[in-house]
Design a protein around this ligand. Structure first.
Ligand code: FES
Length: 90
């Protein structure tokens, strides 16, 4: 499933997703930026299943990513920033 970014008047910013250059509208969450760049597996459960954002409000912990080297960050609660380095397990 490909999720497209909604039209925005915000400028695009550059970040790194899984070692590759990516862009996103400024002001959106890291979770939205990651989804808009085509990644669907955010992390793996203890049994190895791919997981992805569910609640988008900081409750479920399914959106955890490594952001700027810090593991287990709730990506739905972090605003994407220029130069961020984001890593999924998917
Ligand atoms: S999507 Fe549920 S905590 Fe981020």
């Amino acid at each position: 499933m490909k999720i497209r970014s909604a039209p925005s008047s915000q400028p695009d910013i550059a970040f790194t997703l899984n070692g590759r250059p990516a862009t996103s509208s400024a002001g959106c969450s890291v979770a939205v930026a990651v989804l808009a760049n085509g990644a669907t597996g955010f992390r793996r459960s203890v049994s190895g299943e791919l997981r992805a954002p569910l609640c988008a409000m900081g409750i479920c912990y399914e959106c955890r990513l490594t952001i700027n080297g810090q593991p287990h960050q709730k990506s739905c609660q972090v605003v994407i920033g220029s130069g961020m380095v984001v890593q999924t397990d998917g």
